[in-house]
Design a protein around this ligand. Structure first.
Ligand SMILES: [Zn+2]
Length: 263
């Protein structure tokens, strides 16, 4: 499952290979409009939360979102693909490489700077993986865009408030901060909400370097995550707890917590 840091890593990998180069061919399966970018120079490749934005020199931006099942592959031009062609949602080819996004959840072509700005402003909160991110804005947007009865587990995933927290970080953050994921937003104060976003920013930035995702930095053998996918195992923090899990919230996403030390 791609998280915010995954998209940053993809962007960091793609940028030097695409930026300032001409995309001979741009093709999106369900968005014929994307082909207009063929023959244009790529000006930037950047991650915004879970969205990857490829910008061309006419200020056209192709936005893709991997969703649950998407992935990006890079191939040399004549190399056979490891997935079938019909699963390709978006292709961007230069004269040496082709980048293929398979099974994207969304691909969209944005016409201008104005549109790009609008989509970022209304749909996407600040990116928590950006150094020095303003977490107060995330808290403000959470109050503005999300209903008070939404569960905190869902709130952290909501990209309108802040970008970058995926399902793994959600459970881990709430465990570390001792908060039950079932708690409604209206019962959580600004100070605590700030703590959750600040912790997310810290974890995301510590994980940008590559390697396996780590939220537990104890140097022992118990693992690099606190609760995620540890259902039925003893809590790594308290004596009494056994990690529980359930599909909770609006999107029934798998969620893990310790019933003994999260309240
Ligand atoms: Zn516990």
């Amino acid at each position: 499952m791609p998280e915010g840091d995954t998209i940053h890593k993809i962007a960091a990998f793609m940028a030097p290979l695409l930026e300032q180069r001409v995309a001979n061919r741009v093709h999106a399966k369900r968005v014929p409009d994307a082909s207009r970018c063929s023959g244009q120079q790529v000006t930037s490749v950047l991650a915004r939360g879970k969205h990857l934005l490829v910008e061309f020199d006419s200020s056209t931006v192709v936005r893709s979102h991997l969703g649950m099942h998407g992935s990006w592959h890079r191939y040399a031009n004549a190399e056979p693909w490891r997935k079938p062609k019909w699963q390709a949602s978006l292709e961007v080819a230069t004269d040496s490489d082709v980048f293929v996004c398979f099974n994207a959840k969304e691909v969209e072509v944005l016409e201008s700077e104005g549109l790009r700005k609008r989509i970022i402003d209304t749909r996407l909160g600040p990116d928590l993986a950006t150094p020095g991110v303003d977490v107060a804005t995330a808290v403000k947007r959470a109050r503005e865009f999300i209903d008070g009865d939404a569960l905190i587990g869902d709130v952290l995933l909501d990209q309108r408030a802040a970008c970058g927290i995926g399902n793994v970080y959600k459970s881990e953050i709430l465990f570390i901060n001792r908060r039950l994921p079932h708690t409604p937003l209206e019962r959580i104060g600004d100070e605590e909400l700030t703590d959750h976003y600040r912790l997310a920013a810290d974890l995301l930035s510590r994980n940008l370097g590559g390697g396996k995702r780590v939220t537990r930095f104890e140097r022992d053998r118990a693992g690099r995550l606190w609760v995620y996918r540890r259902r039925g195992l003893p809590c790594l923090r308290c004596e009494a707890g056994v990690v529980a899990s359930a599909r909770i919230g609006r999107h029934h996403r798998g969620t893990y917590w310790c019933p003994a030390c999260q309240s």
